[in-house]
Design a protein around this ligand. Structure first.
Ligand code: CP
Ligand code: NVA
Length: 299
C-alpha cells in the first residue's frame, strides 16, 4: 500500500508520471463509485477545494470531515478513526498539526493516506509547485529555485521535490529558522543540491524562481511576534527580485500577507505566477489520485 506523507514517498519516475497525468485535462473516471475522506484539523482554502474538485473530476465523491467532528485521539483514537473511514472510503487525506498523526494513519495499513499538510511537510503543494515551474520552462532540470523565509513544511517538501527533478535549491532564512541537517541529508541522498544561507540576496542571485511562504505557520500563533521580528529583513520585494534572473517568476503557496513575507508589488506584479500555482493544486491532485487509483490498481 502506498502513501504520500512526503513527496519522496514517490520515486522520481513516479513523480514525473504524476506531473504528466496532472497535465491531462479529461482523465478517465477512475474513482467512479469510490470516495475520498478529507480530514482537516486546520483551516484550508486551496487544499480542501482542489482535492474536492480533483476527486469530482475523476468521478469520485469527496467528503470533508473536520478534525473536531471525528475528535482524533479525543472521541476515539487516530487508529480507530482510520479503520472506520477506510470501510467507506478508498483513500484518506488528512491535514494535521502533528506529522505523527498522518504517520499513525498510514501505519494502520487499511487505506492509502495522503498528507494534506503537517507541521513537517506539504507534498501536495510541492507537486503543484513543480507543475507550475514545468509549465513555465518545459524542463525543470538545471533550474534554480530560491526560497526566502521560514525553513518550514512547504520549504522542506519543495526542497525534496526540486532535488527529485534535478533542480538546485537555495534557501535564505534567519539564523535558527533554516531547513536543518535532516532535510539537507535527504536532499543529498536524492542527488540534489541545497545551499542554505542567512542572506536573501545570495540565495536569489540569478535564480529562475523566487518562492516564499508565511512567516507564521498555522499552529505557531504563540510565537508570532518573535518570528515577525526575526523575518523582517526577509520580505520579497521588487528590489530583491531584481537580483534574480530577469525572467524569474515569483511563487507563493498562499495564503499571503502583503507587507510581511512579500510586497504587494511583487505578488500582484508581472512576475507572479501565484494564481496559476493555486489552480495547479487541483491539477496536481488529480494527477496524484489518477496515478494512485489507475496506474497502481484500485487501492
Ligand atoms: N497552500 C495551501 O495549502 O493553502 P490552504 O492552506 O488554503 O489549503
Ligand atoms: N507553512 C504554512 C503553509 C500554509 C499553506 C502553514 O503551515 O501554515
Amino acid at each position: 500500500m502506498r502513501h504520500l506523507l512526503e513527496i519522496d514517498d514517490l520515486r522520481p519516475d513516479e513523480l514525473a508520471r504524476v506531473l504528466e497525468l496532472a497535465a491531462m485535462p479529461d482523465p478517465p473516471r477512475v474513482l467512479a463509485g469510490a470516495g475520498v475522506a478529507l480530514v482537516f484539523e486546520k483551516p484550508s482554502a486551496r487544499t480542501r477545494h482542489s482535492m474536492e474538485m480533483a476527486v469530482v473530476q475523476l468521478g469520485g465523491h469527496p467528503s470533508y470531515i473536520s478534525g473536531a467532528e471525528v475528535g482524533l485521539d479525543q472521541r476515539e483514537s487516530v487508529e480507530d478513526v482510520t479503520r472506520t473511514l477506510a470501510g467507506y472510503y478508498g483513500t484518506i487525506g488528512a491535514r494535521v498539526f502533528d506529522h505523527r498523526t498522518v504517520q499513525r494513519m498510514a501505519d494502520v495499513g487499511v487505506a492509502p493516506v495522503l498528507n494534506l499538510l503537517s507541521d513537517r511537510s506539504h507534498p501536495m503543494q510541492a507537486l503543484a509547485d513543480l507543475l507550475t515551474m514545468q509549465q513555465e520552462w518545459g524542463s525543470l532540470a538545471g533550474r534554480t529555485v530560491a526560497y526566502v523565509g521560514d525553513g518550514n513544511n512547504v520549504c522542506r517538501s519543495l526542497a525534496l521535490g526540486a532535488a527529485m527533478c534535478g533542480m538546485r535549491m537555495r534557501v535564505a532564512s534567519p539564523a535558527g529558522y533554516g531547513l536543518g541537517e535532516e532535510a539537507a541529508t535527504r536532499v543529498g541522498a536524492l542527488g540534489g543540491s541545497l545551499e542554505e544561507t542567512e542572506d536573501p540576496v545570495e540565495a536569489v542571485a540569478g535564480a529562475d524562481a523566487v518562492y516564499t511562504d508565511v512567516w507564521v505557520s498555522m499552529g505557531e500563533e504563540r510565537v508570532a511576534d518573535i518570528k515577525r521580528a526575526a523575518f523582517a529583513p526577509f520580505e520579497v520585494t521588487a528590489g530583491l527580485m531584481g537580483h534574480a534572473a530577469s525572467d524569474a517568476v515569483f511563487l507563493h503557496c498562499l495564503p499571503a500577507h502583503r507587507g510581511e513575507e512579500v510586497s504587494a508589488e511583487v505578488i500582484d506584479g508581472a512576475q507572479s505566477r501565484v494564481w496559476r500555482q493555486a489552480e495547479n493544486r487541483m491539477h496536481a491532485a488529480r494527477g496524484l489520485l489518477g496515478w494512485l487509483w489507475a496506474e497502481r490498481g484500485r487501492p
